[in-house]
Design a protein around this ligand. Structure first.
Ligand SMILES: Cc1cc2nc3c(=O)[nH]c(=O)nc-3n(C[C@H](O)[C@H](O)[C@H](O)COP(=O)(O)O)c2cc1C
Length: 322
């Protein structure tokens, strides 16, 4: 196989496009060179207040990389992923010979279209232990550790504190408003967090704190946390490859959850507050640098899908990102 057909390109593009991303910014592009596909990080996407060091942007590219790899495997092709750390290219995916798609890869690929951010209460959260283990096993890899925090009271204290700081930070909330405002109306765009993805829910269900988000006191919050399932994704270091690996792991776990009728949402919002990650490490005795927090359970009804940019915008012109 030397050239990808339009249909095959469509399969890859749709899979990448459905990946989760910070504020649904979709900070990636694809550059197709024969049977090699570069995944590019769009550095023009910069969330100054939410993601000052662009960490979430790289995590998002990691999630897109998982989807790209699964799509190649779903096409019945071998796939080699080479991570890059020298330019806008975060990874080069080389599409190889024919190879039967494994059942596991196919199930995860199928879950790409069902995975959504579920910022609501769960119907129930009694997840069988084998399934809980499967979610951790799906994400864990060299350098990525996934922890089920034992001290949910401590996590509640920290999340509550961060939520109050962020709710009152006007500059932060202004930036968030821009990213939640433009998915509806005459100038609706294909990126940004959809208004109907964010209800009037209190923490922790809300997932993201806005000016009107109800923040319960620490005891109530701890109770609510105890009624859900929580995972913290940690890495050995905090370099771009570490963050990319964390994003890829997060998506493998999330898709595994979706393939088992579970729903979830990710929280990174508080991790960007100065000193927050250090507190989290010491209070929860984490084995590495926290990159993302994930909550999951069984949904009453699935969340609505959020918008995406037109697929045509996903392809970079030869020579780089837009
Ligand atoms: C790196 C990263 C950070 C995110 N941080 C948050 C967050 O703090 N709170 C939240 O509610 N959602 C968060 N999300 C979820 C995105 O907002 C969501 O993926 C995006 O709006 C697209 O919606 P979808 O997941 O339903 O496809 C994050 C996603 C990624 C990949």
């Amino acid at each position: 196989m030397t050239v990808l057909t339009t249909e095959q390109l469509g399969v890859l593009a749709r899979a990448v496009s459905r990946a989760p991303s910070v504020h649904n910014s979709q900070p990636w592009q694809l550059l197709v060179r024969g049977t090699e596909v570069d995944l590019l990080e769009r550095r023009d996407v910069h969330l100054r207040r939410h993601d000052p060091s662009d960490r979430d942007r790289v995590l998002s590219c990691g999630a897109a990389l998982t989807n790209l790899e699964l799509a190649v495997r779903a096409l019945g092709r071998d796939c080699h992923v080479g991570l890059r750390d020298d330019s806008d290219v975060v990874a080069t995916v080389t599409i190889g010979r024919r190879r039967a798609t494994s059942t596991r890869a196919y199930l995860l690929y199928q879950a790409i279209g069902r995975r959504r951010s579920h910022r609501h209460r769960f119907f129930h959260s009694r997840v069988p232990t084998t399934v809980q283990h499967a979610l951790v096993a799906a994400g864990e890899t060299t350098g990525v550790h996934i922890v089920r925090p034992a001290r949910l009271d401590k996590l509640a204290q920290l999340l509550g504190f961060a939520a109050r700081v962020l709710r009152d930070d006007r500059g932060y909330q202004r930036e968030l408003a821009v990213w939640t405002a433009h998915t509806h109306g005459w100038d609706a765009a294909g990126d940004g967090i959809a208004g109907d993805a964010l209800g009037p829910e209190p923490l922790p269900f809300a997932g993201i704190v806005r000016p009107g988000t109800p923040i319960p006191d620490d005891a109530v919050l701890a109770d609510r946390l105890a009624g859900e399932n929580w995972l913290v994704f940690c890495t050995d270091g905090d370099t771009r490859p570490d963050q990319l690996a964390a994003g890829a792991a997060l998506e493998r776990t999330w898709l595994t959850a979706a393939s088992k009728a579970l729903a979830g949402s990710v929280i990174t919002q508080p991790l960007h507050l100065t000193g927050f990650r250090a507190r989290l490490v010491s209070e929860l005795a984490l084995p590495g640098v926290p990159q993302a927090i994930f909550r999951y359970g069984y949904p009453a009804v699935p969340a609505a899908p959020s918008p995406r940019l037109p697929l045509g915008e996903l392809f970079a012109p030869p020579g780089g990102t837009r």
